[in-house]
Design a protein around this ligand. Structure first.
Ligand code: NIG
Ligand code: FE
Length: 422
């Protein structure tokens, strides 16, 4: 099956020689092709280039491709990669939203037994089928927003059976969507009520019961810990990461959201794929990440929603670090999986220029979920996950018009979404 997109006003984020990630000053540059074509075969990108070279392409088919789309006046972007979400959850928490408007802080809500524990109660009472249906609605929503790969965490179970329930739902999502899905075990998201005064015992349960069962059913790719003041300490985090790594789970961490917690250092020490949040990041933390393979992943949706300060993206990039963006889609601190909006927040609140947010929300965010080889750019041989915009004056307009829906068509694995008879 071949699909040709022709007369593209500008094809964005192209790569002739694919890279794993983009750092520092290089983040301010992207490659594009104006007046371009893109040829897709069996779900993969076969070729791209300027319209004037189209028939000279060595991959040019003898007969017309089965499907041709004219993209005059429109832009084509690689799909967003969203490397940090909690989109499997039950119900919603708008009561806490109102409590926060009235003045309570995120930490105060958590201390009262609200927050993550509130979602854990809802999840316990919700059947696996119902949880799957609610989560699939969110999956279909983010596909419409231009996301082509997503990482989803457990962490609202907080006991063995409910953590397994969440991870099985994530597996079912993998089997039922065109989105690329990676799954992360986050049993160490909060201490359940009954272990409030016996942290050791809950950690034992994570290490001796949850991790081995999850590994034996191959339910997770990665392991995460909420390493922060009031949640898991650095020592507890190390113990849990080491246990997960023994079973082949690579670490990704929640670090330095609420405090200068030492989470960044643990992440780097264990070669985590990413350290995420980083609202509280100082010079020492930046130095520690330089020279490591760990991707600093910023979640401006949660700073926005919680009215908390933003991570120092500019300082990180100016120091030479790569930066990735993610939505953190969850019911408590970022109830949106809209990566276009997150990218606009990257521009507006993190002072990243459009080229930097494009790199942060595509190739670097693919890297933060171990997918740069196959996703995150328009490159020959990569999966054909992309979107076509409505007519626009420039690619920067996409982020500038932060409240407009500018996506015209989504293509996942070479298939126009929702799948239509071709
Ligand atoms: O990434 N920080 C920890 N976990 C989530 C929030 C989860 C919740 O409040 O339900 C986050 O912001
Ligand atoms: Fe999170």
């Amino acid at each position: 099956m071949r699909l040709l997109i022709r007369n593209i006003k500008e094809l964005v984020q192209t790569e002739d020689v694919p890279v794993n990630r983009v750092c520092g000053k290089d983040m301010a540059r992207i490659s594009t092709v104006r007046d371009a074509f893109l040829l897709v075969e069996n779900g993969f990108i076969l070729d791209f280039g300027a319209m004037q070279d189209i028939t000279g392409s060595k991959n040019w088919p003898e007969k017309e491709p089965e499907k041709v789309i004219d993209a005059s006046g429109k832009y084509v972007f690689p799909s967003f990669c969203d490397p940090h979400t909690h989109l499997v959850f039950a119900g919603s928490r708008e009561q806490e939203f109102v409590d926060k408007i009235r003045g309570l802080s995120y930490s105060e809500i958590a201390k009262r037994g609200g927050g993550i524990l509130n979602s854990a109660r809802w999840l316990h009472e919700t059947s696996e089928d119902e949880l799957f249906n609610q989560s699939m609605n969110r999956i279909n929503e983010i596909i419409g927003f231009g996301t082509g790969a997503v990482e989803i965490k457990s962490g609202y179970g907080l006991n063995t059976l409910d953590e397994l329930k969440m991870l099985r739902v994530i597996r079912r999502i993998k089997e039922n969507t065109l989105l690329e899905v990676k799954s992360t075990f986050l049993g160490a998201h909060a201490f359940p009520e009954e272990f409030r005064n016996d942290h050791e015992k809950y950690i034992e349960q994570i290490i001796n019961e949850m991790i081995p069962m999850i590994a034996s059913e191959e339910l997770a790719d990665y392991i995460d810990v909420f390493c922060d003041t009031g949640f898991f300490t650095v020592d507890e985090t190390e113990k849990i990461l080491m246990a997960g790594m023994k079973f082949g789970l690579l670490p990704k961490l929640h670090a330095n959201q609420l405090d200068y917690s030492g989470g960044i250092q643990v992440g780097v020490k264990y070669n985590a794929l990413s350290v995420d949040h980083l609202e509280c990041t100082g010079e020492e933390d930046i130095k520690c990440m330089l020279g490591s393979d760990t991707m600093p992943t910023l979640l401006p949706g949660s700073s926005f929603f919680l009215r908390m300060h933003y991570p120092p993206a500019r300082e990180m990039i100016d120091a030479g670090l790569p930066v990735a963006l993610a939505s953190d889609f969850n019911p408590g601190s970022s109830p949106s999986g809209n990566m276009k909006l997150i990218s606009s927040l990257g521009c507006i609140k993190l002072r990243m220029i459009p080229e930097e947010v494009i790199n942060a929300a595509t190739i670097n965010s693919a890297c933060a979920m171990g997918l740069s080889d196959t996703h995150g750019s328009i490159a020959r041989g990569k999966v054909a996950n992309l979107f076509i915009t409505k007519e626009m004056p420039s690619y920067s307009y996409f982020f500038y018009a932060f409240g407009s829906n500018l996506i015209d068509k989504v293509i996942l694995k070479g298939i126009i979404y929702p799948p239509s008879p071709l």
